[in-house]
Design a protein around this ligand. Structure first.
Ligand SMILES: *Cc1c(COP(=O)(O)O)cnc(C)c1O
Ligand code: SF4
Length: 440
């Protein structure tokens, strides 16, 4: 059955039929909070994923509609006062901008990884780890839905100077031609799968040529399987998209869809099952990832169910992330200790086929840091950590220790244990020369 997308934002969400059963108060809170955190959702999410009988606690509702608790009371009150007092748009916009800037719109120094080609800054690329380049095609800088926790929110809220996007395909290709150490390209966004098959093909197809024999793997990060599986089923260019995936496999490259699933319900519909099967039939792999979020998926059973279901459907569990320090982080965050407990309790319930997943992992300046656990060493309680990815590849896989801190929610809040510095901070002057792939 064909399904046509219907999007809902702050401007028309009151027309969602199911909204009629939601309290006026909740509707008002969505209206106020969404001035700061824009949202977008669609008829598939509304009709098939949200549990409208339990709007106050439903994770899918919380992921798609901002709740007033995502803003602190002072900020919420300030916006509400202006809106209710019918202040003019410019005054509201100024207040909103001020609040957004206080919410760490650009976490973990992403801009530091922007490389250059001669004098030209390649704003649509991040090159942090030697073998992997992240590419932000400018047409892919929006999403099927905006997740309320997302660190890309400045991109959606029009804070455009923070937007990492690139129009210049030529520069992207030139850069990759010069960087033979790169084996993996990761298309990210926003969501690259909002692009037409023709547009995505314009980026992908040149990479299949002999000049790019060093590129082995193409990854596409996307929420489309969870929020709009019809992208692969009945959208008007869905067949073209499937053929494009086949072309990548035929050229001998590996294509991996990095699918973003936050909750088992996103894997429960007939449409998502059919979309996964169709993608897999092209030869592409689907790897899954999600942040760990309070109010959404903070119970081990949800993760074990999610991983099992993913494996049943032929997907490979890949990452569990700690929520980044941005936007509504305070609403979604969990202490690192809790993150680890959820991870291990879920991990021990599943078979080895699900244990391809790694986490909980934090993407920080220095790299992707995994919490291996909490242990007592020489009478001192410590976090045991390791780099899954390091700004310097030599750091990867060396266990290291941080002092136990029951409140910490991010790596930056941890202090080294047994020492005044973490091992990778020991010689800051020398580190500089050992990172030739950074183009700062
Ligand atoms: C996670 C990540 C990658 C990919 O890392 P893998 O471990 O190969 O999945 C690349 N670049 C950045 C900035 C990342 O955060
Ligand atoms: S789909 Fe991904 S990029 Fe888009 S809003 Fe959600 S988390 Fe962010």
């Amino acid at each position: 059955m064909d399904k046509t997308i219907k999007s809902y934002t702050r401007h028309n969400f009151r027309t969602i039929p199911q909204m009629a059963s939601v309290s006026d108060r909740t509707v008002h809170e969505i209206d106020i909070t969404s001035r700061v955190f824009p949202f977008k959702t669609n008829n598939y999410v509304v009709d098939e994923l949200i549990d409208w009988a339990n709007v106050d606690t439903d994770p899918m509702f919380t992921l798609n509609f901002p709740r007033c608790e995502m803003l602190d009371k002072r900020h919420y009150g300030a916006v509400e006062k202006l809106v209710d007092g019918q202040a003019n748009d410019e005054v509201i916009a100024r207040m909103v901008q001020q609040i957004r800037l206080s919410l760490n719109p650009n976490p973990a120094g992403q801009e530091q990884n922007v490389p250059s080609l001669g004098e030209i800054k390649l704003k649509g690329i991040q090159h942090k780890y030697p073998e992997t380049v992240l590419f932000f095609p400018s047409q892919g800088q929006t999403c099927h839905a905006y997740c309320t926790f997302c660190f890309r929110w400045p991109q959606f809220s029009g804070m455009s100077e923070l937007k990492f996007a690139m129009k210049e395909t030529d520069l992207f290709l030139k850069y990759l031609g010069l960087h033979r150490e790169v084996t993996d390209i990761l298309f990210t966004g926003g969501d690259p799968m909002v692009m037409s098959a023709a547009m995505l093909g314009a980026y992908l197809l040149p990479l299949l040529g002999p000049e790019y024999s060093h590129i082995h793997t193409i990854r596409i990060g996307t929420k489309s399987l969870a929020y709009w599986p019809y992208r692969y089923l009945t959208d008007k260019d869905s067949d073209d998209m499937i053929r494009l995936f086949e072309a990548v496999a035929t050229a001998g490259k590996s294509l991996s869809i990095q699918a973003h699933f936050n909750h088992p319900v996103e894997l429960s519909t007939g449409a998502v099952g059919r979309a996964i099967a169709r993608i897999r039939a092209t030869g592409a792999q689907i790897r899954t990832q999600s942040p760990l979020l309070r109010h959404i998926n903070d119970r081990p059973e949800l993760w074990s169910r999610m991983w099992r279901k993913q494996v049943d459907l032929g997907c490979i569990p890949y990452y569990m992330f700690v929520a980044r320090d941005t936007g509504a982080k305070r609403f979604f965050e969990l202490p690192l200790e809790k993150c680890w407990n959820i991870f291990r309790r879920a991990y021990r319930q599943v078979s080895g086929l699900c244990r391809t997943v790694r986490g909980p992992s934090m993407s920080d300046h220095a790299g992707k840091i995994q919490i291996l656990g909490i242990q007592e060493v020489r009478g001192e309680k410590v976090f045991v950590l390791r780099f899954i990815q390091g700004r310097n590849p030599k750091w990867v896989d060396i266990p290291f220790f941080a002092a136990y801190d029951p409140k910490a929610t991010w790596f930056g809040q941890l202090k080294p244990a047994f020492d005044s510095r973490f091992f990778f901070e020991e010689h800051p002057h020398r580190l500089h020369v050992t990172k030739p792939f950074l183009f700062e």
